[in-house]
Ligand binder design. Structure first.
Ligand SMILES: C[S@@+](CC[C@H](N)C(=O)[O-])C[C@H]1O[C@@H](n2cnc3c(N)ncnc32)[C@H](O)[C@@H]1O
Length: 205
């Protein structure tokens, strides 16, 4: 479901440096004052808006490479007024170079694009090189939360995880939404509404 290009959303990113970070500075207050949690591939930001509102004890970085989509998210977050969330409107691969080993409290990867063709495997956000970077930047004991509606990506991810040092905390093929600790995403909402089972894997470094 590709979002059509929207000039206002692209402009919004450029005009709102208070929410959209163009360059990572891990010595800035945002990265120093509280433990930092990442969401990779945030889409329009429903999840990050809700989780950051519920947990003011953390700072949240939403990473979304499509600028129109990032702009829609930025507007939502500015209107909501949360002070503990920022958006990185670039490919997550750019981010890794700037982040020290063990720096991140936890990481969420919600409903990543499945990229079903083998030739696109390296784009999947659970391809081994991404998993290795998540592992590197997480602190010891830090958690990686993966949810997907896609059966193929779920099976693929479990195979890729076997190549990593992550410990599996839980693996639910049919994850019943836990409203005490979790927050719904746009894709999850869409797939749950048509009865699709959601898979969730929680990993620990
Ligand atoms: C299928 S959407 C899911 C959005 C949201 N997490 C949800 O559950 O509703 C996946 C999103 O990940 C973003 N994405 C994919 N690869 C990315 C990458 N390498 N860096 C940053 N964002 C990425 C896409 O642009 C897309 O908006």
């Amino acid at each position: 479901m590709r979002t059509k290009y929207k000039q206002w959303a692209v402009d919004y990113v450029d005009e709102h440096p208070e929410i959209a970070i163009q360059k990572i500075d891990i010595n800035s207050d945002f990265f120093k004052e509280k433990p930092v949690i990442f969401e990779v591939g945030s889409g329009k930001g429903d999840f990050i808006a809700a989780i950051s509102l519920a947990h003011s004890e953390y700072n949240y970085l939403a990473i979304e490479r499509v600028k129109t989509v990032a702009g829609i998210m930025c507007k939502k977050l500015v209107e909501q007024g949360n002070k503990n969330v920022m958006v990185f409107p670039w490919n997550v691969e750019i981010l890794f170079d700037e982040i020290k080993e063990g720096f991140v409290h936890s990481i969420y990867v919600n409903h990543a694009d499945p990229w079903p063709k083998k030739r696109h495997e390296k784009r999947r956000l659970t391809y081994i090189s991404f998993l290795e970077q998540y592992y590197r930047v997480l602190k010891n004991g830090g958690r990686l939360y993966i949810k997907t509606d896609n059966d193929g990506l779920y099976e693929y991810t479990k195979e890729e995880l076997k190549l990593t040092k992550f410990k599996v905390v839980s693996d639910e093929e049919n994850y019943a939404f836990d409203s005490e600790t979790d927050f719904i995403t746009e894709y999850e909402n869409k797939f749950r509404s048509v009865g699709k089972s959601i898979h969730r894997i929680i990993l620990e470094k």
